[in-house]
Write a protein that binds this ligand. Sequence first.
Ligand SMILES: [Zn+2]
Ligand SMILES: [Zn+2]
Length: 128
Amino acid sequence: MGHHAETKCLDCGYTFWESYGGGFTFHLLRCDQCGDSKQIAFDELGELHLQYLKGLDGCYCVATLEYDEYVRKHAPVTSITEEEYHRGISDFAGPCECGGRYTVDGLPRCPKCKSTRLEEGMVGPMYD
Ligand SMILES: [Zn+2]
Ligand SMILES: [Zn+2]
């Protein structure tokens, strides 16, 4: 699902490799201030992830279909909305060193000038 891509900053021209998207088993969070990324595995989230699965109408993705189905039917947890889930993930991730907050929909930023005006170029190897 996720991939790496050669990314160019449209403001300062700096080129770097950036990873995009989460995988089947983890979320890719980004700091809303500096754009630093952090991976959080579903396993680490424990009950929070189960609560989210419980609240879903369909399955999260085909790769975990049977597991999701099992959770929905049998896990002794109360369901939460996607919004609550995303907030919970941010809380779990804790604050960034820069004082910012990691969020699931945070934007990647240029490591040099912190611009969010980036251009995705050549795509590298896929991961998970
Ligand atoms: Zn830049
Ligand atoms: Zn930060």
